[in-house]
Design a protein around this ligand. Structure first.
Ligand SMILES: Nc1ncnc2c1ncn2[C@@H]1O[C@H](COP(=O)(O)OP(=O)(O)OP(=O)(O)O)[C@@H](O)[C@H]1O
Length: 249
């Protein structure tokens, strides 16, 4: 049985005259963190948006669980197991941690006959929220007001909200941005524990963290993939050193 849960083949996306993605291919497998790195404007966030179904590609194909989903909109991909987090926090600050997760779960599970039902009465979403909080290490924060959490905990909550939708694939756009070293350590431990059951794509600028956590790395420059491989081969790749990491690093 293949562990490949998502693959994108030869994706091109243009914004008027600019080619933000140029024939980009990536594959995500259960049990692996696949980091996508690159300079500012390389196309990393565009790639995440195309994979998530928020932006349509001009060319190329996307497969989720071996099924072609290229034309599926984002909600349908989410229901099929694709979860994502954003560069900026997207929580509801006045609700509790548990309520945030419950709403995320309910959004996936929503049926026309229970739109009017109070969220707290929906057994599925309450259980899914509880499970997500446990997975994300936020069980003890369940009753806390989300807006009062530390920055690191807010990012954890975003991942918990994504987990509440029961995804198999997680697309994480800079989950470590703005974190101190302790928060980074905690998030990396969380990603390590999640990867056993999920395929994870990690867009990240923190190179130390990338080389600590990634099983494979794709390097992008100006919309193109210039290298792909295990962390050691990326570190040793002269084109990567010149174009991105800086010679001598
Ligand atoms: N909606 C849009 N309309 C026009 N151009 C866009 C749009 N979104 C992205 N771009 C351009 O596409 C290119 C790739 O942007 P993208 O945000 O994907 O890069 P990135 O690698 O994520 O950068 P960063 O690391 O700074 O977040 C950039 O030149 C950007 O200006």
């Amino acid at each position: 049985m293949t562990n490949e849960l998502l693959s994108a083949r030869n994706i091109t996306r243009r914004f008027r005259g600019l080619t933000a993605l140029d024939q980009v291919s990536v594959s995500l497998s259960r049990g692996a963190v696949h980091a996508v790195i690159g300079t500012n404007g390389a196309g990393k966030s565009t790639l995440v948006s195309v994979l998530a179904g928020e932006l349509a590609p001009d060319e190329g194909s996307i497969f989720l669980h071996q099924q072609e989903v290229t034309t599926w909109p984002q909600p349908r991909r989410a229901r099929a197991g694709l979860g994502r987090s954003y560069q900026r926090t997207t929580i509801f600050p006045s609700l509790t941690v548990h309520e945030n997760c419950r709403l995320a779960a309910q959004a996936r599970q929503q049926h026309f006959w229970n739109w009017a039902a109070p969220a707290g009465k929906c057994r599925y979403s309450t259980d899914a929220a509880q499970h997500a909080l446990e997975l994300a290490g936020l069980k003890d924060d369940a009753s806390h007001i989300a807006g009062l959490l530390s920055h690191g905990r807010k990012r954890q909550l975003e991942i918990a909200m994504s987990l509440a939708t029961a995804p198999t694939v997680l697309l994480l756009d800079e989950p470590l941005a703005g974190m101190g070293s302790e928060e980074t350590d905690r998030m990396l431990a969380l990603l390590s524990s999640l990867k056993t059951q999920h395929a994870i794509l990690l867009v990240e600028h923190d190179m130390d963290a990338v080389f600590r956590i990634a099983d494979e790395i794709t390097v992008m420059v100006n919309g193109r993939v210039i290298a792909h491989g295990d962390p050691q081969s990326i570190r040793d790749n002269p084109e990567v050193q010149t174009a991105y990491l800086g010679e001598g690093e």
